[in-house]
Design a protein around this ligand. Structure first.
Ligand code: SF4
Length: 686
């Protein structure tokens, strides 16, 4: 029932959904949330919330929460167990596998939904206790190309500027981002910018809602980004519209970039991208004359076999324009999950330690080894998620520890992923619900959820914000940091920290120069944006200030366009591209338990163009079959003039009709991020 305001208390916390990291006030009556409001005047959302932030919280109260450890029995069903029994079993199995096959036979996947402190503990468990390099998390399936691409171009793998600047810049260049649905509150600041007089350029295969506000909309073909961006840079250089001073003083490799983009005149850009050459020229001229400009992108850039190239390409463009290191400029990736930035920052990646420090640097390795009470940290790159899955099949991976990951629904080619999971010798899952993935686990450990423990999330603009405890976890469920600590203990490792706050203040702030000035006592208000090197430092709104790149000079990298791994042919004449919709979040483990949200979007759809639908006699709302070389699904067609002919667009929220039955396990050449944005399919009316 409705509580009167004098009976409620307000607790400030951070939204559990997307990487915008909106600040919420939870209006509490006892342990019950009665209302959620945005925190007025707060960064980054200034009181604004989307439907998920406002109504997506009931999952924490769900009857389906896991409340006790579960152990799989011989007949495949689970039985309840005590923590001691379950933890002993996990520790003994992992010990036995490591003793017999070596530490590299085990792997861990951390969680971008959970807190920084939990991800830090997870990678510490894998690296220090198991002595395995095999730690990864789901940035692998979204923004790993952002981290590697921006690291190469600039020296730091994070968003260069901040969300608040969207409303104040003069030009917004949005490419491969459906932010009105995927990052709704960020999109409101873009719309504010447009209302304040900023020009808006939107480039995407779909004419999504943001395009309605655009001065120029370029409906590109899926996977044509490098050619399209090269053609824009070709015009900028040929018409002398680039920032010569910035390039001369702050960038290297201009001549090599120039030689490459000269091979992409607007005509070739049009041929590959489908965007008329006049539009390419118009975009270049607008970019060349309207300053400052912010470039914003999302997974339309990263989820390709050329994902890292695409990221480097947008970095090339902004360097050429001198749009880096100043207010209201920059390369601004909107990260997907609430804490995917943080999970990367915590070193839940196979190639870096917390704070992006290198395990191959002997001094760094020794620093972490000493702090973690071991002789050394494995000094080699570990496996990425797709390699871990294949490792289950070929038995090079025998023990896999999954922390809150629903790989079965989220990875490409579900049939293949299920085969890998079924082959696992020993699989442990910590989670808050049973999922399609926990079915395959041998032990399931029940975890505390959002706002059942203290902690921090880091949003896409590198802002570290508090998540506050409002209730106890149900039943026997425990915070993940506690679970990892208990397993470490069974390996003879006594970890000192006894709360998220101690983990941050006594370990992360001490071990990572970029977080050295971040302490819990400083996080009460709007949090702090890293890098923050000392306790008197305010944090960093804008990276690479005044063209002083983290790597010294910015690196311009010549790139040739390459097509997607699978392109349409006579048998599979359509391109399938995938993403997510407003009302749900990923595999729905959370939003699927929020009643209001389920009612708004109860099933999967396939969006197809009105032209294809007319040709094939498919009416809006009719069932169709969509199939690829991997699988086949039946879904409801949504006929739309926003989709270009030849394109099918689907999401991965539901088990039935999930796009990942169809997607291709082809990967970005650098980071092994799957090409979710492009594969070949066919469709027919049922
Ligand atoms: Fe939460 Fe993202 Fe919506 Fe903000 S925009 S309320 S962070 S889901």
């Amino acid at each position: 029932g409705k509580a009167r305001s004098w009976e409620t208390t307000k607790v400030r916390t951070t939204c559990p959904y997307c990487g915008v990291g909106c600040q919420l006030n939870l209006h509490m009556k006892g342990e019950e949330i009665v209302k959620v409001t945005g925190v007025e005047g707060a960064q980054p959302n200034d009181g604004r919330l989307c439907v998920k932030g406002r109504f997506g919280y009931d999952f924490i109260y769900s009857d389906e929460r896991l409340t006790t450890p579960l152990i799989k029995q011989a007949d495949g069903t689970f039985r309840e167990a005590s923590w001691d029994e379950a933890l002993d079993l996990v520790a003994n199995k992992f010990k036995a596998i490591i003793a017999k096959y070596g530490p590299e036979a085990v792997a861990g996947v951390s969680c971008a939904r959970s807190t920084n402190e939990n991800s830090y503990q997870m990678q510490k468990l894998v690296r220090a206790v198991f002595q395995s390099p095999n730690i990864d998390h789901c940035a692998r399936v979204c923004h790993a190309p952002t981290v590697s691409g921006l690291m190469k171009s600039f020296g730091t793998g994070g968003m260069t500027n901040s969300i608040q600047e969207f409303a104040n810049t003069k030009l917004l260049f949005c490419i491969g981002t459906n932010m009105t649905e995927a990052h709704p509150v960020a999109s409101t600041f873009v719309k504010n910018g447009a209302r304040n007089g900023a020009k808006l350029i939107v480039c995407d295969p779909r004419r999504h809602r943001l395009a309605d506000y655009a001065d120029i909309f370029a409906q590109m073909k899926v996977g044509s980004d490098v050619a399209f961006l090269n053609a824009i840079m070709n015009v900028l250089i040929n018409e002398d519209l680039y920032d010569k001073e910035f390039v001369r003083d702050h960038c290297e490799n201009f001549e090599e970039l120039k030689a490459c983009v000269m091979k992409y005149p607007p005509e070739r850009g049009e041929e590959i991208s489908g965007v008329p050459k006049e539009t390419i020229i118009e975009i270049a001229r607008m970019l060349g004359t309207v300053k400052p400009a912010m470039l914003i992108y999302t997974l339309g850039i990263t989820e390709h076999t050329c994902g890292t190239d695409n990221v480097i390409s947008v970095a090339n463009l902004q360097m050429l324009l001198g749009n880096i290191g100043k207010e209201n400029t920059g390369v601004n990736p909107l990260r997907g999950q609430n804490n995917v930035q943080g999970a990367c920052d915590m070193g839940a990646l196979p190639n870096v330690l917390p704070g992006y420090q290198s395990f191959t640097d002997p001094a760094v390795n020794a620093k972490f080894a000493k702090a973690w009470g071991v002789d050394s940290i494995p000094a080699k790159n570990g496996l990425m998620i797709a390699q871990m899955l294949d490792g289950l099949l070929d038995k090079t991976i025998r023990g896999l520890f999954l922390f809150g990951e629903n790989l079965v629904q989220a990875e490409p080619d579900i049939a293949h992923v299920e085969k890998c999971m079924a082959a696992a010798e020993f699989l442990v899952s910590t989670d808050i619900f049973m999922t399609e993935t926990t079915r395959f686990a041998h032990v399931i450990l029940p975890a505390a959820s959002w706002c059942e423990d203290e902690g921090t999330y880091t949003n896409c603009e590198r802002r570290i914000s508090r998540v506050r405890k409002i209730k106890n976890a149900p039943g026997e469920a425990k915070p993940d940091w506690w679970i990892f600590k208990q397993i470490a203990k069974r390996f003879g490792h006594e970890w000192a920290s006894n709360s998220a706050r101690e983990i941050w203040d006594n370990e992360l702030a001490v071990l990572c120069p970029s977080f050295a000035g971040v302490k819990y006592y400083r996080l009460d208000g709007d949090g702090i944006q890293w890098p923050c090197p000392s306790e008197d430092h305010p944090g960093t709104q804008i990276l690479h200030k005044d063209g002083n790149f983290t790597r010294g000079k910015g690196l311009l990298v010549p790139l040739e366009w390459t097509p997607p791994a699978e392109v349409p042919d006579a048998e599979y004449p359509f391109v399938l591209s995938t993403g997510r919709r407003l009302y749900h979040y990923h595999t729905r483990t959370q939003t699927g338990r929020a009643k209001g949200l389920n009612d708004l979007l109860p099933e999967e759809y396939a969006d197809i163009s009105d032209i294809d639908a007319g040709r094939m006699g498919i009416a809006d709302g009719e069932k169709i079959r969509v199939w690829s070389r991997r699988g086949s699904v039946e879904v409801t067609a949504r006929v739309s003039e926003r989709i270009q002919p030849g394109l099918v667009w689907m999401a991965f929220h539901y088990r039935e009709g999930n796009a990942n039955w169809l997607t291709n396990k082809a990967y970005d050449r650098v980071t092994m991020t799957p090409e979710y944005k492009a594969c070949a399919v066919n469709i027919s009316k049922l």
